[in-house]
Design a protein around this ligand. Sequence first.
Ligand code: HPA
Ligand code: ZN
Length: 329
Amino acid sequence: PSLIEKVSRAPKAELHVHIEGTLEPELIFKLAQRNNVPLAWPTVDDLRLAYQFTSLQSFLDIYYAGTSVLQTEDDFYEMTSAYLDNACQNGVIHAEIFFDPQSHTSRGIGFDVFIPGMIRALENAREKGISTQLIMCFLRHLPESDALKTFADSREWFSRHPEWLTGVGLDSSENGNPPEKFARVFARAKAAGLRRVAHAGEEGPVEYIWQALQLLDSERIDHGVRSLDDPDLIAHLSDTQMPLTVCPLSNVKLRVFDTMADHNLRELLQAGVNVTINSDDPAYFGGHVNANYESVIDALQLTESECYTLLENSLMSAFVDTPTREQMV
Ligand code: HPA
Ligand code: ZN
């Protein structure tokens, strides 16, 4: 088999995927009709044609419009089940899945709707051999007070489902919304025994990566590709083996890099950084996790050894003990 085939079949963990970013255009239209939600695009094809992004914000505007069709517990169940089917086909044995509660509560959809819907899908997937956890992300373009209220409202759900709900994250519009804005809510999450991750250094400066580490006590950095701007940061990331959850197709679609050949993944690997490969928003960026591996293998001519490092990093950087390469082969 080719290297791409071997990597596709290999067991892997996915540590950076937004469940709302797995909503395919067909399911968006189906749920819009079922729930009588108006959409700005007349057909599925028109919606797909709108997926031409120039920046993170240009994507987020469409991503939140897509999210608006999610209304019932069954909608969240269907979306999550569809992602997990794809994840299984991509060799994913463990997934840590982001969700954006504020994009639902702001529309009057409560935790009692989306949490049970998602968990029902996670329970079914466990029988297919995929373990999962949910990470609740705060929308950084909203005020700190909104995040504090969301965290307070979420507490009973974290208590009720500690095996499924394990951590908090930080996403949405990065520039102008530094991690320091969320230091207090992350301190509360840590005090409650929750794991912590944050998007940083996707479009934003290296200063935001330092803040995520020092002010949020983040245990992984989501994206983090701008870390190569600061040699001291690269040395720190390498020394501490801080995981970066890199999303190559996302980076090219959102113009963080002009082409995949320009991606800095190999430089990160060569600097000894603990890099992983993930899909971010697979319905919007052109594929699930294996498509991300395939794209970087092709564009950067990754070696077999580099690929196994990436796969092993994914399993080792999860918040649970996953089987090691030695145990799997
Ligand atoms: N960055 C920030 N927020 C997001 C992303 C991302 O890549 N995907 C979904 N929300
Ligand atoms: Zn993301």
